[in-house]
Design a protein around this ligand. Structure first.
Ligand code: GLP
Length: 242
């Protein structure tokens, strides 16, 4: 079931997501969180840090798995998702870094790395709450249109539109990696609960397709309609066409 929570703006989306994430962490013993990168969850992570500083949440017992990582970037590269997570969240809360997991995009054997990551997720049990953003083409994680719904953690070739959208973080478009490692769609769908965050007019068409379009591999996020527990927090900007 997909439940929509409509909010005014990005701040309200971030606050709502923050409450849900904290409620999950405080309710579950040894919670396992699935985390996302991109611009969308930045506000959520800021709010979480505020709540941590107020003593409202602790990450002592939290395990995390990120959705994806660029291929070819070292863990400490300014543009790696590992670095993003450290700077936007992990450095500011009491999480134990040994409980933090991201695929290693600098691994020599990428196929083996995908299998290792998938196994690590399985060993941790199910992801209790997976935070998701959505690309303008409906990608989740880095699962581009056409990715089989049955996919597990795998290597992907990034679409030109995705590289362009993410080039704002890099010096030039040529610096954006052409490949990434991502949890597969089947991996994401195994999470017990999914929280999809969508903000801004550039996502309006994607929201319209998510609500009205077919469930099809051409639009990866559409599979979420088959998940038993998905909450979509969407702001007015992203709702202009819906
Ligand atoms: C990126 C990430 C995704 C993210 C999406 C949307 O490429 N790999 O995990 O959800 O694209 O990004 P943004 O939130 O910046 O719009």
């Amino acid at each position: 079931m997909m439940e929509f929570i409509k909010v005014n703006d990005y701040q309200a989306m971030s606050e709502r997501a923050c409450s849900i994430m904290i409620e999950t962490i405080n309710r579950i013993k040894n919670p396992v969180l699935g985390l996302a990168t991109g611009s969308t969850p930045e506000g959520l992570y800021q709010k979480i840090i505020e709540k941590f500083n107020e003593g409202k949440v602790s990450f002592q017992d939290v395990t995390t798995f990120n959705l994806d990582e660029y291929v070819g970037l070292d863990r400490e590269d300014v543009n790696s998702y590992y670095r993003y997570m450290k700077e936007k969240l992990f450095n500011h809360v009491d999480i134990k870094l040994e409980r933090v997991h991201l695929p290693n995009g600098a691994a020599a054997d990428l196929e083996a790395e995908c299998q290792r990551y998938e196994k690590q997720i399985r060993q941790a049990g199910k992801i209790d709450l997976q935070i998701l953003g959505m690309g303008i083409n409906g990608h989740i994680g880095f699962n581009e249109p056409g990715t089989p719904f049955s996919s597990r953690t795998h290597v992907v070739e990034l679409e030109a539109s995705t590289r362009e959208a993410n080039s704002r973080f890099f010096p030039t478009l040529d610096d954006v990696p052409t490949q990434a490692l991502t949890m597969g769609i089947a991996t994401i769908m195994e999470s017990k609960e999914i929280l999809l965050l969508v903000s801004g007019e550039q996502k309006a068409e994607a929201i319209a397709r998510l609500t009205d379009g077919d469930i099809s591999e051409d639009f990866p996020a559409s599979i979420l309609r088959n998940h038993p527990n998905v909450t979509v927090i969407v702001d007015e900007g992203a709702m202009v066409l819906a």
